[in-house]
Design a protein around this ligand. Structure first.
Ligand code: ZN
Length: 498
């Protein structure tokens, strides 16, 4: 009881606990308000959105076949472009042998900040720009352990469609499933969070427990041990492999990373994995290699620094003869989201509705898909974002698209985008190849416009309010910390008394 008296009575213990709770809550609220305000929400297009009926007539008229029957999509987490492109020390097979044989096309890809894995897996699949809110999504997981294979058909009920698109909206994987394709994935748990296994993946798919950051090896060998069986049976339309090891080596080694033996070993190990995959794929398989984001020289990522936003794509196929691909290395940096319409063309599926990316010409030209048609489909899909003025679409959960921004978009679209579209459409329908430069210009204008308003537009009130809450609660926390000894005694007594 003497201890109790020392702390100054029962009421003050409660007050201290209340104070700590209040500070923590204020801090949490500050973060919750600040980060969403920092980046505007993504545009979200209703699944059924379409311009008019003529589209359906054209869709049949211009139905296209896939360029590749199978896709093996490999993600090397956090591999910066210069760690692989032209780097024969790290990647003797990928950047040496494949380049010499002309079987690979490299592109540097700009990964919009924030450079975190969750946001970029989402971007790679939806063509939407990353959002700071995605950082929070890393925390919640819904893990399905069912070993049943996802049904493959095009007759999902409305309710099933809603469940499938609940987390990330329309996506390449959603369009794959609508086209009855089989998807197998060996990857981080976050894939299963975005795409419920029950609807998307074949039963043998496996999520890997990658939260344990010191684990640099089994996160990768847990993937490779499945490969012999997968390539023996070849019963997948898409095989997704997400290797986390390099990112983990970075987090373990920190500033030493780039000069460490572990980094070099890991890079060589991944290169060997790629050579084995290449040896086992069929001629009609596209092997797509990419990273989700880069890292800086201290092996960190998350911000918008050049080193962190510089990811890459490598398109690999046994029938390629790309002797000119070197020219792409220096002159062509694509946006990471450009992969979405490009892959839709290569796989013979529809472009996901929310996509803001543009097809990569060098990958589409020279295939069985007409470049003009690919451009037209891409332009038409992005154009929908301009002309559908419904509230759900323009406004996310928070309204960062201010009236002013909306007016600017509307003005620009009336002045240039809408006339461009109708000119391009009539040229395209007449089969005139002059539609190509017009469509390219249309895509350039539209995607730039949305890029501007999606990334730059910020909610300054929210940022100010959130930041104030963070600063005040941090100061309060510091003051409490300075009185730590008194305080800890009080907490002890408080707990002792409850
Ligand atoms: Zn990552």
């Amino acid at each position: 009881m003497s201890l109790f008296k020392l702390a100054g009575g029962h009421g003050s213990h409660k007050a201290i606990l209340f104070l700590i709770t209040a500070i923590s809550l204020t801090q949490l609220c500050g973060f919750m308000i600040f980060y969403p305000a920092l980046y505007a929400p993504n545009i979200h297009m209703p699944l059924q959105a379409d311009i008019n009926d003529t589209f359906h007539i054209q869709k049949e008229k211009y139905a296209r076949l896939p360029v590749f029957n199978k896709v093996v999509w490999v993600v090397f987490d956090a591999m910066r472009a210069d760690m692989i492109i032209g780097n024969t020390k790290n990647a003797p097979f990928t950047s040496g042998e494949l380049v010499q044989k002309g079987k690979i096309q490299f592109y540097k890809a700009y990964a919009h900040p924030p450079t975190i894995t969750f946001a970029h897996v989402k971007s790679l699949m939806t063509g939407r720009l990353p959002h700071m809110l995605d950082a929070f999504s890393n925390l919640v997981f819904d893990q399905s352990n069912s070993n049943e294979s996802a049904p493959s058909n095009d007759t999902y009920t409305t309710e099933e469609q809603e469940k499938m698109t609940e987390m990330v909206g329309d996506s390449l994987l959603y369009r794959m499933k609508r086209a009855s394709k089989r998807i197998v994935v060996y990857a981080d748990l976050l894939w299963f969070y975005m795409f419920p296994k029950k609807y998307y993946f074949e039963g043998r798919s496996e999520n890997l427990d990658t939260f344990y950051i010191l684990n640099t090896d089994t996160v990768d060998t847990n993937i490779t041990r499945h490969l012999p069986n997968e390539f023996k049976n070849q019963d997948f339309d898409m095989l997704l492999l997400h290797f986390m090891g390099l990112d983990h080596v970075g987090h373990v080694q920190g500033i030493q990373m780039l000069n460490s033996v572990q980094f070099q070993e890991k890079a060589l190990q991944l290169d060997r994995v790629l050579s084995e995959i290449y040896a086992n794929i069929t001629d009609d398989t596209l092997l797509l290699l990419c990273s989700d984001h880069g890292m800086n020289n201290k092996a960190q990522h998350g911000s918008g620094a050049k080193s962190e936003t510089e990811s890459f794509f490598a398109f690999i196929n046994k029938q390629y003869n790309t002797s000119t691909h070197q020219s792409y290395l220096n002159t062509h940096t694509v946006n990471q989201i450009d992969i979405v319409p490009t892959m839709a063309m290569l796989m013979g599926i529809e472009i996901p509705k929310n996509n803001l990316g543009r097809i990569i010409p060098g990958v589409i030209r020279g295939t069985n898909v007409s470049y003009a048609q690919a451009l037209f489909e891409n332009a038409r899909q992005v154009f929908l974002h301009v002309i559908i003025p419904n509230d759900d679409f323009w406004r996310g959960p928070r309204t960062e698209y201010s009236e002013k921004a909306l007016m600017k978009i509307a003005k620009k679209s009336i002045r240039s985008i809408i006339p461009l579209y109708y000119r391009a459409e009539s040229l395209f329908l007449m089969g005139d190849n002059q539609c190509i430069p017009v469509l390219e210009q249309l895509l350039e204008t539209t995607t730039k416009l949305f890029d501007k308003y999606t990334v730059v537009s910020k909610d300054y009130w929210g940022m100010g309010f959130g930041l104030t809450a963070i600063v005040i609660s941090s100061i309060a926390m510091l003051l409490l910390y300075l009185n730590y000894e008194t305080l800890s005694g009080m907490i002890f007594i408080s707990l002792y008394n409850y």
